[in-house]
Design a protein around this ligand. Structure first.
Ligand code: ADP
Length: 330
């Protein structure tokens, strides 16, 4: 068939955040699974690139998969699985390492940001932190993916996957589909509520500015009401002059399907904006939390979904990865 294929993933390095949901998961649920053959993956191999606790990674992998189902991914409409259940990712990753260059890996913004952070923690930098985009390219290319719906922070890695697909195809034959990233119009980059110049990231140590999907309602309200806004009193949609207010406007717009520019005109105080944003976020999270609790009570259902998902994914990836092995001379 000529159906489009979509692939995307989430790392089990921490609890899922509002940034993950508004930047990626919501589109997977509301659009992608309805319009294409969509595969969604909890990319647990990627959680090993930084200092990690084995039991915690296993727990977070399970929780992420459960939350994706709770958010509305429907196993009748899409394929949900865990990366390490499908060997093809690691198999193809090596070929991607043999296609990419050392220089292009070192130029990745995330590596340049994360490597010094790991060093500052007194640890050493794992080699996999550098080569992570090769594994991510393998994740995408193994499935003949056309589109990769991601937030802003992942666009550069998808572009690298694109370059690697083209390079591989040119040298060894037309094995891979050349993918492209798609990003949401609003909330492609949800910022930390306490530091609106940096993104809301699930693995950050300081959690006061991060809304997790499973935070208790009073915690969510408190975090949003305490969000750092800007000096001044005007509510303006202006990312450079009013990053804090703009972030809240984007979150509110995203939750209510509104336009941040329009919403800006409806508020005359920061307090009212925060109040409205908190209510909208709570409304958004309520059904997800409820469904998550239900699914936690039915672990064999989640097991079954992940088993079937891995089986389908394996069947799709295997022939293409075999073809890549043959093309490259193995
Ligand atoms: P994290 O940085 O939270 O570990 P992942 O790498 O697991 O996120 O990304 C899962 C998806 O969520 C990706 O598509 C990523 O672009 C998106 N995403 C992550 N953080 C944000 C954010 N703050 N705003 C918008 N999208 C985000």
């Amino acid at each position: 068939t000529t159906q489009r294929r979509i692939f995307s993933g989430v790392k089990p390095t921490g609890h899922l955040t509002l940034g993950n949901y508004l930047g990626a998961v919501r589109r997977w649920v509301q659009e992608d699974q309805h319009r294409a053959d969509a595969l969604f993956c909890v990319v647990d191999l990627h959680a090993l690139t930084v200092e990690h606790d084995p039991a915690r990674v296993r727990r977070l992998t399970r929780q992420a998969a459960t939350l994706l189902l709770a958010s509305g991914l429907d196993p009748e409409r899409c394929t949900l699985f865990v990366q390490s259940h499908v060997d093809e990712h690691a198999r193809l990753s090596y070929l991607m390492e043999c296609t990419a260059t050392d220089g292009e890996m070192r130029r990745m913004i995330q590596y340049k940001e994360k490597a010094p952070r790991e060093q500052a923690r007194g640890g050493s930098v794992r080699l996999s932190l550098l080569t992570y985009p090769a594994l991510m390219a393998a994740d995408i290319l193994a499935y003949g993916t056309h589109e990769v719906p991601v937030g802003d922070d992942q666009v550069q890695h998808v572009e690298l996957a694109r370059d690697l697909a083209q390079r591989f195809n040119q040298r060894y034959g037309p094995v891979f589909t050349v993918p492209r990233a798609t990003r949401p119009q609003v909330s492609a980059r949800v910022m930390d509520l306490q530091d609106p110049t940096s993104k809301m990231g699930k693995s950050h140590a300081e959690t006061a500015g991060i809304v997790y999907l499973l935070d208790e309602p009073d915690v969510v309200r408190k975090k949003i009401m305490r969000a750092v806004t800007d000096s001044g009193t005007e509510v303006r949609y202006d990312r450079t002059e009013q990053p804090g207010v703009t972030n809240l406007l984007e979150v509110l717009a995203s939750c209510t399907d509104g336009k941040p520019e329009t919403l800006a005109g409806e508020f005359t105080s920061y307090g009212a904006l925060k109040q409205a944003t908190a209510e909208a976020v709570l409304e958004l999270l309520r059904p997800i939390r409820a469904r998550h609790a239900e699914l936690c009570a039915d672990p064999s259902y989640v097991d079954g979904v992940l088993r079937a998902g891995a089986e389908r994914a394996r069947g799709l990836a295997r022939p293409r990865v075999d073809e890549a092995y043959a093309a490259i001379g193995l």
